[in-house]
Design a protein around this ligand. Sequence first.
Ligand SMILES: Cc1cc2nc3c(=O)[nH]c(=O)nc-3n(C[C@H](O)[C@H](O)[C@H](O)COP(=O)(O)O)c2cc1C
Length: 298
Amino acid sequence: MTDLCGVRLRGPILNGSGTFDAIAARRTFGDALLERFPFDCFVSKTITAEPRQGNPPPRLWETPAGLINSIGLPNKGVEGFLRSDLPELAELPVPLCVSVMGFSRDELANLAGRVGDVDEVALIELNVSCPNVETGLIMGADPDETARALERVRPATEKPLIVKLTPNASDPPAVAAAAERAGADAVSLVNTLKGMAFHPRTREPWLGGGTGGVSGPAVRAIALEQVAAVSSAVRIPVIGMGGIASGRDARDFMDAGADLVAVGTESFLDPAAGRRIGAELRDLDGSTDATRNLRENN
Ligand SMILES: Cc1cc2nc3c(=O)[nH]c(=O)nc-3n(C[C@H](O)[C@H](O)[C@H](O)COP(=O)(O)O)c2cc1C
């Protein structure tokens, strides 16, 4: 068993928000999904206060060893989510974490309060990779902005708050430390890195949104360094992600200081990736323990 801010999980593998549609997967795989659920905690895609259409297509571009996505957070808005998605997500056999994003501190606090009141929600992840309309700054790009957001959100709920850090900040460890001081219970990282691609013929930007976020193995080395730096700066749990595709990758993130890990882009290649990576991690740790025991007994 693994503990995440007082919530008991059967193992250390989460999904990256927005990279696994559990409702669509249930429709495709039926109850087999519940029997062999790939993750130990399910993180919803990011929910906003009002419904959003998301960005115009195309929304994806494949890079060497990764993806650029410009999805733009399409969602039903918090009330639509609670009405139609939450009952289905509550049937999953693992604790539920809901990811929220607000365009002002008040909006974020209201969202966290609304979602936190729901019994089936075990944890809340704050996606702070968006501009704050009050200041024009990206909430999670600056330690003071992050602290001021947390100070407003913290009194709104007693549920554990995970701050999802953006790698597009000049000093992620300082942002993480500010979040911890202002009451965050955990941090997760990395969100996607900014990127773009050009249409091969028209020479216009390929993505409907112009730019997007890079994920997958292409970002793993950067994510690993940021996880190591953030882990040394905080005492709260760290959830590491960015290009994890194997148990060995997960172990690298844990050796860098992550307490838990999340699988994102890899689930597009293999919807059962979370489960495989968990098993590979257990095998790896089991064989390391066996080697250590052999060494100690000889
Ligand atoms: C298609 C797609 C959609 C995503 N949607 C969200 C989202 O709604 N909220 C969020 O915080 N992160 C979102 N992310 C970022 C992932 O959760 C994760 O932080 C990032 O992709 C790095 O992990 P990975 O390389 O394993 O995918 C999304 C990533 C992808 C590829």
